[in-house]
Ligand binder design. Structure first.
Ligand SMILES: [Zn+2]
Length: 264
């Protein structure tokens, strides 16, 4: 009987311990989920560190590249061009511009629900493929989208509430209104949310590979050059050809555009 009684105690102990373990595992993942939701729903409260001019990313400028030889294939002026160059002096020509090819980002490989965010079809498809490769590379650490398209009311609200003009673009000068840009964080497999605002293995990977899917980190050099503070979180689709050229040149799109102007 004593033996039977002991087995029952053991059974209870075993059940108790397994429940505790399950609860722990569940709470780790649930915590990750809550963090992801919080990041997405609280976007306006995310602080943008107001960085001054910082050292550019690890690109080595090669300004001897034959800039003009490839420009014919790029269109920096048409509102619906993937290469449309936007800054405070170059807003959209058509203030009612909305792309005709919007689509939810069709990916199962981001940390949050990618389909809640819309990009132009080609940009979204490229991003989805990049997100899949990213997840593979980092063994289930995944990209987390916290901003894609932003409405006029939302963008105006950002500028009014907390975001200065060097950090957030005025309406119709923003790459987010082109439906070509995403702001990113990373969610690790353990539910930890990682910022892209300081260099880490994730920003390294994106700077080495994002051009393979046509994405470019628009704001790398600071206000004086790019018109905005450095934002490593911000990735904008512009097609593989231009993104690769900029990466090889070690230039941002603003630098490239300016260099063209000087030559012309
Ligand atoms: Zn952005």
């Amino acid at each position: 009987m004593a033996r039977h009684h002991w087995s029952r105690t053991q059974l209870f102990a075993f059940l108790w311990l397994s429940s505790a373990l399950c609860l722990m595992v569940f709470s780790i993942f649930f915590n990750g989920y809550v963090t992801a939701s919080a990041v997405v729903s609280n976007t306006p409260e995310l602080t943008v560190e107001l960085q001054n001019e910082v050292t550019p990313y690890d690109v080595v400028p090669n300004l001897t590249h034959p800039l003009l030889s490839v420009t014919s294939s790029f269109d920096f002026d048409s509102d619906d061009s993937y290469q449309r160059f936007l800054n405070n002096d170059r807003p959209f020509k058509d203030l009612t511009y909305v792309p005709v090819d919007l689509a939810p980002i069709n990916s199962n490989f981001t940390a949050n629900n990618a389909r809640k965010f819309q990009l132009r079809q080609v940009a979204g498809d490229a991003f989805a493929d990049m997100a899949w490769h990213f997840r593979d590379e980092f063994k289930w650490d995944r990209l987390l989208i916290f901003s894609a398209y932003r409405s006029k009311a939302y963008q105006d609200g950002l500028l009014k509430a907390w975001c200065n003009k060097n950090a957030c673009a005025k309406w119709w000068t923003s790459e987010h209104q082109a439906w070509l840009a995403v702001d990113l964080r990373v969610m690790t497999k353990w539910g930890k949310s990682i910022s892209m605002d300081t260099p880490n293995k994730y920003t390294d990977w994106l700077h080495a590979h994002a051009q393979e899917w046509g994405f470019h980190n628009t704001y790398q050099r600071g206000v004086a050059i790019d018109g905005k503070i450095v934002e490593w979180r911000h990735w904008r689709y512009m097609g593989v050809e231009l993104a690769t050229l900029l990466r090889q040149n070690g230039q941002t799109i603003a630098e490239y555009y300016k260099a063209l102007g000087i030559r012309n």
